[in-house]
Design a protein around this ligand. Structure first.
Ligand code: 26A
Ligand code: 26A
Length: 378
């Protein structure tokens, strides 16, 4: 049957028909519509016993910057635990995730790497998955790395930023890169970048607010709310969407003297904070691992989205689950889908990533089938 006839019969198929004719109809096929900024890192990931956590004083589920006492962990993971080398960096993972659900040439990512084999591996992963890479290259510093200690369903991240720490506003403002910024309609910045270059985050936030584009950030890790609070507060007015998880929400509340541990109340509080661009309301999205996803918007009732159960034997590891959620959420946002579909796709891709080793997605690609709107990606 002709798709137009199907559409005429049932209104719910109108959406499906548009997707078939032009899967990118809401952005009219514009290229590189989503621009990302973050810390490009190579993950050195191994399954270990809890003894490694104890030895290095790590929590089972956390992300920290490596101090000198942590530095031997990378060699230890490689020599004692048969570690795998995987493309990582939280925002970079999310951008690959967004590209997973978007048409080719939708995403572009910047950050700083060295001139070495690790950088080549990151570049190759991005190219394979269709994420355009525009790295600043610091030839005198090695590419950053993240030790990923997997114990059961937990992951502990220990990061030596190295070159990733040397990202500069000048790179973002260079004519070639700024042209990409001006072309983009959506921006995604990892909260982790607050440790590197707040000025670059501000420049993107200001541009988005002035031109009424969409600016999305992720809280990324509890320590950022604690130790990088000033930088975070300085960019908070730019947040159109802020993503995070339950432990980051709790850390935000503690750092801001909020006397509640309710993830919903914290989300509602953040949603109501002042904004730079009042043409867009803020949306706060907090994931909670296996528990429901909480979405708050000012003046609206908070929505709680259930998360399908995963059995233990389906879980390979949870490294990159939150990034995958952010990635598909962003992808659907770019496609102009409803908030409900954004959350549903986020959950779907997070659970696909959980079934892969590290922050990776299955290939050949799986298509996302929204429960409400028919097939959204192929
Ligand atoms: C500044 N820090 C600590 C970091 C990171 C980071 N990405 C950027 N900056 N610490 C860990 N990651 C990445 O988080 C992903 C999982 O969400 C890891 O590389 C890992 O792939
Ligand atoms: C750890 N367990 C049992 C989990 C999950 C999970 N979904 C089911 N079981 N841990 C994480 N997720 C998914 O990843 C997103 C980001 O953490 C959820 O969809 C969660 O919102």
């Amino acid at each position: 049957m002709n798709v137009d006839v199907v559409a005429a019969i049932t209104g719910s198929c109108v959406h499906y028909r548009l997707e078939l004719l032009d899967p990118y109809h809401k952005m009219s096929g514009k290229e590189y519509v989503l621009f990302g900024l973050g810390n490009p890192l190579l993950d050195i990931q191994a399954n270990t016993g809890t003894d490694v956590l104890e030895k290095y004083g790590l929590k089972a589920n956390d992300a920290i910057l490596a101090e000198d006492k942590h530095k031997p962990i990378y060699d230890e993971l490689m020599t004692k635990y048969d570690a795998k080398f995987l493309a990582g960096g939280a925002a970079q993972n999310a951008m690959r995730g967004a590209q997973y659900v978007l048409p080719p040439k939708s995403t572009v990512y910047v950050g700083c790497v060295g001139k070495d084999k690790f950088a080549e591996q990151l570049h190759a992963a991005n190219e394979r998955e269709g994420l355009r890479t525009e790295y600043l290259v610091d030839e005198s510093t090695p590419t950053g790395k993240c030790g990923v200690v997997i114990t059961g369903n937990n992951r502990s991240l220990v990061t030596d930023l190295a070159a990733a720490n040397n990202y500069k506003l000048e790179h973002l403002k260079s004519p070639e890169i700024w042209k990409l910024v001006e072309n983009a309609e959506f921006f995604y910045v990892g909260g982790f970048h607050l440790t590197v270059c707040v000025d670059a985050i501000k420049a993107l936030g200001e541009h988005a607010a002035e031109t009424n584009k969409t600016f999305v950030m992720n809280l990324s890790a509890p320590f950022l709310c604690q130790f990088f609070k000033d930088g975070m507060d300085a960019v908070t007015p730019y947040w159109d969407y802020i993503l995070g998880n339950e432990s980051e929400a709790a850390a935000w509340a503690e750092a801001h003297g909020l006397e509640t541990t309710s993830v919903q109340e914290i989300a509602e509080h953040i949603a109501a904070l002042p904004k730079a661009n009042n043409k867009r309301e803020r949306t706060v999205v907090f994931t909670q691992g296996a528990e429901s996803v909480i979405v708050a918007r000012p003046g609206k009732e908070t929505v709680v989205y259930p998360v399908p159960k995963l059995s233990d034997d389906e879980i390979v590891d949870t490294n990159g689950a939150g990034d995958a959620f952010a990635g598909a959420f962003l992808g659907m946002l770019v496609k102009g889908e409803s908030l409900e579909t954004c959350v549903e796709a986020g959950t779907w891709l997070a659970q696909l990533a959980i079934k892969e080793v590290g922050p990776s997605f299955p290939y050949p690609k799986h298509g996302f089938m929204s429960s409400k709107a028919g097939i959204v990606t192929k």
